[in-house]
Design a protein around this ligand. Structure first.
Ligand code: GTP
Ligand code: MG
Length: 670
């Protein structure tokens, strides 16, 4: 397709204007004739029904354009934290990320998750403060807030020219030129307004000093009060950006085309070529394609979208152990057949089931590189089943595809609660998943709350003598057992022992007694699996004709159903260990939230590698975790998250336990 093709990912908080910015970039570059907008659902991005219906991006969508002779792919990534996995994948393969945000200091914290990711991978990035048309004051506070969330120095590239109460243009600090915005068109070059002279000089000085921190030659020049030539400054700037040392901040308004051409020019000038991205993945010299997105399209089948990190790819080549027969370029949802792709290009590889997102295809095979982003662990689940029984089989295949498209979904079939669970990153993430099942596979599902896998145990030991005897027609059935039932320490599970002497229960029937006992323990007197107990078969009786395996199995069951209620059964609830990550200002609130959910705080600490963040550790009942992410996000502007793992089972008594047992009885009666 092209040489020196580059790739830019648009990331940043939801609703900041990424899809609008992609549209404006495409329009400015002449790749679309009519500029669409999000409100009317006419953008190249957000092509899927799930995105259009919600006015939000729900997956990576690429578009292509040529600007001043260079080929570009732009990846419009979703902004919601619930789709962070997609944004990480988009940014991971790009040469540069544009972090789009709003000019609101209170919202700057929303950039934290993606900025941390970009910093950790040394992915070059700039911040684009969008919606500059809504600003009525300066940007000093926003800049300060952005610096607060960025791990790298944030440097002002443009300062706004404010006229009355609107931002009418900007001064570029390197070129020292000023521009006045024109609605829907390129800006006009103007004289730097006199009133801004001092501000410009000061900001320019700061920019130079920030760059000098990473370049000794520039530092010396500044110390000697020499003025470096403009070309040199551009070079310093480009190097510091490419190395991820500084994060330049630019301004604009996607919907009005303000600052869009300036952004394109800056990208053209400053974006490193694909070799840096290739180095991040240790791509080597031969042809390497990093797959970063999988789509299941109705008519086109499975498409894997990959970035060619090095080498050339031709139709029919063997890569990753497969022959690549169907290559296409992708623009929005539209695929156009191509016969080859060069380093830097983004290419869709069709109809190969063997490949999946995350793999790097080379002549040697298809491996996930170490630098590939980790899979986010799921934090929220719904139970679902097909509305029509006949769709059940189709449903499990569709769910598997859903998780192939976005690996931050996970499917769990819980044998204990008999529920099929869809796990994901939040309510909206799961609702989008359910909508995809409908739009792509025409499966209507009903959803439900996931059940907590409670257990029960006993607190007292007992001895139980039970006899199963039946006389019907020919020969009857007879089994008689004496068992000791006793509690075991927490976490020991179940043990069966036998101390039968003198053949009172013949050897061959002892395993049958154990089977009967185990069968009963699946559902104890309170309605849940029974754990942490030992059952010892001590004695019994048999009948030379009527005794059988079946009879002793039934006797084993009977001994449990008659004996366990006398052992003071008690409910056990699963307790998780959770690590909640939040900006420090919310720590006190989060401790209250956990306490309100019967959590037991174990401690809190600074979050490693995240300046200004805390990590609170707590034990939390699993039943209280199910919708916690919703409350956590609403308290933390969406950025709070948690990790969890099962820790132990804990006795639960009182009203809460009674309600749970009652609800279980009701459910079983249905
Ligand atoms: N005032 C103003 N509004 C804008 C501008 N750009 C986008 N918007 C509005 O901001 C809203 C969000 O725009 P999108 O482009 O969908 O934002 P996004 O970042 O792609 O959102 P997600 O994909 O959900 O993360 C829409 O209502 C746009 O009309 C702008 O320059 N000025
Ligand atoms: Mg969007």
């Amino acid at each position: 397709m092209s040489t020196n093709a580059r790739c830019v990912a648009l990331v940043g908080p939801y609703l900041s204007g990424k899809t609008s910015l992609m549209e404006a970039m495409l329009h400015a570059a002449g790749a679309v004739n009519r500029k669409g907008n999000v409100k009317d659902g006419t953008t190249v991005g957000d092509a899927s029904p799930e995105s259009r219906d919600r006015n939000m991006s729900t997956e990576i969508l690429p578009a292509r354009f040529n600007y001043l002779g260079d080929d570009w792919t732009v990846l419009d990534c979703p902004g919601s934290v619930e789709f962070l996995q997609e944004a990480m994948h988009g940014a991971a393969v790009a040469d540069i990320a544009v972090v789009v945000c709003e000019p609101d200091p209170a919202r700057a914290i929303m950039l934290a998750p993606i900025l941390r990711f970009l910093d950790s991978r040394s992915i070059p990035h700039v911040i684009f403060i969008n919606k500059i048309d809504t600003v009525t004051q300066g940007l000093a506070e926003t800049m300060e807030a952005l610096q607060g969330v960025s791990g790298k120095p944030v440097v002002v590239r443009h300062i706004p020219v404010v006229e009355g109460e609107v931002v009418a243009g900007y001064v570029d600090l390197i070129s020292e030129r000023a521009y006045s915005y024109n609605e829907g068109a390129a800006s006009d070059l103007i004289k730097v307004p006199e009133a801004l002279g001092d501000d410009t000089e000061l900001a320019r000085q700061e920019l130079m000093e920030a760059l000098a921190d990473f370049d000794d030659t520039l530092l010396e020049a500044l110390l000697e009060e020499a003025t470096p030539a403009r070309d040199e400054i551009y070079a310093y700037f480009k190097a510091a950006l490419a190395d991820g040392h500084v994060v330049p901040v630019m301004l604009g308004a996607a919907e009005r085309d303000h600052g869009v051409r300036r952004l394109l020019k800056a990208l053209r000038h400053d974006t490193p070529d694909v070799s840096r991205a290739a180095a991040r993945f240790e791509a080597g010299d031969g042809t390497a394609v990093q797959i970063f997105k999988t789509y299941h399209a109705q008519h086109q089948g499975k498409q894997n979208l990959g970035r060619v990190l090095s080498g050339t790819l031709k139709e029919g080549d063997n890569l990753g152990g497969e022959r690549l027969g169907n290559l296409a370029s992708m623009h929005g949802a539209a695929l156009t057949k191509v016969t080859a792709a060069e380093a830097g290009d983004v290419v869709a590889i069709g109809r190969l089931d063997a490949f999946e997102t995350g793999q790097m295809l080379t002549a040697a095979g298809a491996e996930k590189p170490e630098a590939w982003p980790v899979r986010l662990s799921p934090i929220y689940a719904i139970a679902l089943h097909a509305e029509k029984r006949s769709d059940e089989v189709k449903l499990s295949g569709a769910l598997q595809r859903l998780a192939e498209e976005d690996c931050s979904y996970r499917i769990e079939s819980n044998p204990e609660t008999h529920q099929l669970l869809l796990w994901g990153q939040g309510d909206q993430h799961l609702q989008v998943g359910v909508a995809r099942l409908q739009s792509k596979y025409h499966i209507a599902v009903e959803t439900d709350r996931p059940q907590t896998p409670y257990r029960e145990t006993i607190r007292k030991a007992t001895q139980q003598h039970s006899r199963f005897k039946r006389q019907s027609g020919g020969h009857g059935q007879f089994g008689d057992v004496v068992v000791d039932i006793a509690p075991l320490p927490r976490g020991e599970g179940f043990a069966f022992e036998e101390k039968v002497v003198g053949g009172s229960v013949p050897r061959q029937f002892i395993p049958a007694v154990e089977t009967g006992v185990r069968e009963f323990l699946v559902r104890g007197p309170l309605g849940f699996p029974v754990v942490d107990l030992v059952v010892t078969l001590k004695d019994g009786k048999h009948h030379p004709v009527d005794s059988s395996e079946q009879a002793f199995k039934t006797a084993g069951r009977l001994a449990m159903s008659e004996g366990l209620p006398n052992c003071s059964p008690i409910l056990l609830e699963p307790i998780l260990k959770v690590q909640v990550h939040i900006p420090s200002e919310y720590t006190a609130n989060i401790q209250r939230l956990l306490a309100g959910r019967r959590g037991q705080i174990l401690g809190f600490d600074a979050r490693e590698g995240w300046a200004g963040w805390d990590r609170v550790e707590a034990f939390l009942p699993q039943s209280e975790m199910s919708d916690m992410i919703i409350e956590l996000r609403s308290l933390t502007l969406g950025v709070g998250t948690f990790d969890w793992e099962f820790d132990h089972l804990q006795e639960l008594s009182g009203k809460l336990a009674e309600d749970i047992v009652e609800a279980r009885k009701q459910a079983e009666a249905h």
